[in-house]
Design a protein around this ligand. Sequence first.
Ligand code: PSU
Ligand code: MN
Length: 318
Amino acid sequence: MFQRRFFHALASASRFKIADNVKKTIINGGPVVALESTIISHGMPYPQNVETARSVEAIVRDQGAVPATIAILDGHVHIGLEPEQLDRLGKLGHQAIKTSRRDLAVVLGQRRSGATTVASTMILARAAGIPVFVTGGIGGVHRGAEQTFDISADLTELGRTSVAVVCAGVKSILDIGKTLEVLETQGVTVATLGPSRRFPAFYTPESDFDSPNHVPDIQTAASMIAANHDLGLGSGMVFAVPIPSQDAANSKAIQDAIDTALAEAKSQGIHGKEETPFLLKRVSELTLGSSLEANIALVKNNAKMGGQLAVALAKLKL
Ligand code: PSU
Ligand code: MN
């Protein structure tokens, strides 16, 4: 029943619109899973984005948890979207403002609509009292960051906001080794969930890096979240779930597409918040959709794990 403790006074402010079933479940200490919206607007094309978002919600429900997709619509923070709202966001695509921590005040203050990244979804989930969040991949340290300083705000957010993020690791459009280093600096607990000791590479089950921790089962992961909260660490956690091997993409084809996309981004001068969406789109185009298929499959698998994790956590009586 500890979500009740977790519930933040902030979420009762008039800027928040929390869906009735989500609110009821949070107040009763039941299982809720937060879902981000940049993956919908900027991470996948329409209509696959909306179809995926809907099936992800259904999978979370099948595990016995309540899904809460988070986005900003007309200046309000929505925790839990109606089907029409999800559709609107999916159709908006890149017209929705990609909203990370620094953008929240801008989008809300100007009463605009925005899709939340991992960083801002964590902030809003924390405010609403939702300790578990499912996504595809988190942002990380971009390749060449020693020159550009491009390090996703997701990593610093993970250092300061105690939400557990279930993902498939980070894409190799990023520098996976440097991403793990920054997560360590930020004090983020990182663990691969499942039998492997490797940190996953999003489209493929294993990167070249060992995961700092390895958790064999959901129950243990739930106990780790409870320990994080009990100690009041205030920092986030990453549970990395490798893509199931039958869904994994062809590693060579993906790597070639990533190399081409990175070269294009460089020659076209694409940087800052535009870079990640550009790379995701180009990799999908260059692999003729096979990366998108893998992406959809892994998000669904994460939703299954995340739903079960939220259920296990809600059952822990603290
Ligand atoms: N990685 C993916 N898919 C995504 C994103 C990252 O595989 O959709 C999105 C997430 O919303 C993440 C954001 O929080 O991109 C990171 O963007 P940036 O690198 O600009 O911080
Ligand atoms: Mn960036």
